[in-house]
Design a protein around this ligand. Structure first.
Ligand code: PRX
Length: 630
């Protein structure tokens, strides 16, 4: 399907933006970088601190298990904290944090380093050593980045589980990573309510024997169960002499693991995506600096939770490496009123705002009066991530929040890619809804099933054709699945799982996932996870999950359920099943609608034909059903 109307350049940035931009000629930089990507990345790596420089920039001898900066010694904390202690950055604010209840806390780079050292000393005293896994399950408070950095500092591998996930999701991730320590909180605040994190953690721990110690941060100060000999309050640990003083940063190999982050794949349970110290720090800092033109005078507000890759790369590591000041807000954007973010932007002088299309659509619904109450003139750049942005939301964001002057940086990337892959820079002409062009040093293509490039405007599979430093080093403990899922469709090319188009001007238009991964409100989930949560309910014998278009969320989950014999479908059971999925995985996975059916359309080999279900649910033609079983 061609769509030529989208082909016009709709917005060129103001002259002033181009004149002062870090990257003035994006195409020229891309041409130079793509002529020799390793040389480009080596130049970028030269901007960072290393204990010892690399022998080789790119080692492709075991492709697709690429290695970057081999032989180099470093630690992401050396760049995020240590080197700033010797410069004026030490006195700059690293974080400005606002709690949903109005609490305020700021940390300079000096203070952040002190807190990280203390937390690292506590972890060491619990016997955590290089290579150990630590699960972090926290609300959006400053102890979350502090805990991540403390792990990295001593060479432990952090695995952050989003605080919105529930018992099953947390349990699975703790067990799979074989974590020794769990860092959590008594609870967290969202929409004025308390999320009982410790209670959920206790349930998850009932079946997770690997955890030796639990560190509990007091956020709500409500009474929680504390198991003697296993659970400790963080503030009590900090008061011990062991926590005092500095803590040396452990020298790591560039290829040593930094973190695991679980994300949904095409089949089965979520998989742990592995990232390492060396290449990751080069990727996140370069992309943030170029795409958002971050400067010392900026105040950066990335609304993502550190529980997702966006939070890892662009709340924690990227901004800290650049010595930037970040604003973190704990709660919901609509609490207590839908102007919370706009008030935060005004109050803390935010200059660059980075969020999701779902959030933009959600806030747009409340009208212009809410943002118009606030002085947003400090904003100079806006950004989005996580899903395609529809032109209406783009226009509203650009016009109402960005005064028609701020570029909207639409960044396409994934948990696996570690940093931005396709994105404009502020000086580049934009087309609303397009992430524009691949980042310098990145080569992307859209291919047909046979591996040929499709014609301009035609839909196909989005692939990345050359390695890049912040690419995942694979799926933890499952190298075969990594090769199979990402590198086996087209030899030597990384399969993203997304479908896309490239127009006549070379602009990329992301259409959506082509596999059984779904994006709801920008969150990534697997149909398999939702289905297995449903089947774990005693009334359900079989289930299929699909998404249907949704005005605010982009997509909403709909499920088809076959009940066990003798069980009758009812509105009560529907509500119970929705709740059940919420309890098993998390609220973000709750289906919008449940349909009770007697059978599911399947192929002769027994695979559920979700495409047919989707067409039926929308009253559309079912397409080719020749593989449908009788
Ligand atoms: O489908 C694409 C969508 O989000 C997927 C990656 O999800 P996740 O690993 O959770 O990372 C999200 C944050 C980086 C992609 O495969 N996606 C991400 N950014 C965009 C997008 N779709 C369209 N436009 C984007 N800017």
């Amino acid at each position: 399907m061609k769509d030529k109307s989208r082909n016009r350049v709709l917005w060129t940035p103001p002259e002033e933006t181009v004149r002062t931009a870090r990257v003035k000629d994006y195409e020229k930089l891309r041409k130079r970088a793509n002529a020799d990507p390793p040389a480009f990345w080596e130049e970028r790596a030269g901007e960072l601190a290393w204990y010892r420089k690399w022998e080789k920039v790119l080692d492709d001898s075991e492709a697709p298990f690429f290695k970057w900066f081999t032989g180099a010694r470093t630690n992401v904390v050396l760049n995020a904290l240590d080197r700033h202690q010797k410069t004026v950055v030490r006195n700059r604010l690293a974080f400005i944090w606002e709690g949903e209840n109005g609490d305020l806390r700021t940390l300079s780079y000096f203070a952040l380093n002190r807190e990280v050292c203390r937390f690292a000393n506590v972890l060491k005293s619990m016997g955590v050593v290089k290579g150990d896994r630590v699960t972090i399950y926290m609300p959006r408070v400053l102890e979350l980045p502090i805990a991540m950095l403390a792990c990295a500092k001593i060479g432990a591998i952090h695995s952050v589980v989003f605080g919105g996930f529930s018992v099953e999701a947390l349990h699975g991730r703790i067990e799979d990573s074989d974590s020794k320590v769990l860092i959590t909180a008594d609870g967290g605040y969202i929409r004025g309510k308390v999320v009982p994190l410790k209670e959920i953690a206790d349930q998850a721990l009932e079946r997770a024997a690997c955890i030796e110690h639990v560190i509990v941060i007091r956020r709500t100060c409500e009474d929680v169960n504390m198991e003697a000999g296993r659970d400790y309050y963080y503030d009590e640990l900090l008061a011990l002499p062991i926590a005092k003083g500095s803590c040396p940063t452990v020298e790591m190999d560039a290829e040593d693991p930094l973190f695991l982050l679980y994300t949904s794949g095409t089949t089965g349970t979520p998989k742990a995506i592995l990232h390492t110290h060396g290449g990751y720090q080069v990727g996140v800092s370069t992309t943030l600096e170029f795409a958002f033109d971050l400067r010392p005078e900026d105040r950066w507000f990335c609304t993502a939770d550190p529980g997702w890759i966006t939070g890892h790369s662009y709340v924690v590591y990227g901004p800290l490496i650049l010595g930037a000041t970040s604003v973190i807000y704990e709660g919901a954007p609509t609490y207590p009123y839908p102007d919370r973010w706009w008030r935060i932007c005004e109050e803390y002088g935010v200059t660059v705002l980075y969020t999701t299309p779902t959030a933009v659509r959600g806030l747009m619904r409340f009208g212009e009066a809410w943002p118009n109450r606030h002085d947003l003139s400090g904003l100079r750049i806006l950004g989005t991530v996580g899903e395609p942005i529809n032109p209406e939301a783009w226009q509203w964001y650009h016009r109402v929040i960005g005064r028609g002057e701020c570029p909207v940086i639409d960044t396409w990337w994934q948990t696996e890619t570690g940093s931005f892959m396709i994105t404009p820079v502020p000086s580049f002409p934009l087309k609303p809804g397009s992430a524009t062009r691949p980042f310098p040093g990145i080569s992307a293509e859209v291919l047909d099933e046979k591996g040929n490039r499709v014609a301009p405007g035609e839909e196909g599979n989005l692939v990345i054709t050359t390695p890049w430093p912040s690419m995942t080093r694979g799926i933890y403990k499952d190298p075969d699945r990594y090769v199979e899922q990402y590198w086996s469709t087209y030899k030597g090319k990384y399969l993203t799982g997304d479908s896309a188009r490239v127009d006549e001007d070379g602009y990329f238009w992301i259409i959506g996932r082509k596999d059984d991964v779904i994006k709801v409100s920008g969150y990534r989930l697997g149909t398999a996870e939702i289905e297995s949560a449903l089947v774990s309910h005693p009334s359900v014998s079989e289930a299929a999950a699909i998404t249907l278009p949704h005005e605010i969320k982009g997509n909403a989950i709909h499920v088809f359920v076959i009940l066990r014999s003798g069980v009758q479908g009812s509105p009560e059971l529907e509500a119970e099943l929705i709740e059940h999925v919420g309890k098993e995985i998390g609220k973000i996975a709750r289906p919008e609608g449940v349909e009770f059916v007697d059978g599911l359309p399947k192929t002769r080999s027994g695979k559920i034909m979700r495409r047919v279900l989707k067409a039926r649910a929308q009253g559309l033609p079912e397409g080719d059903t020749s593989t449908l079983e009788d």
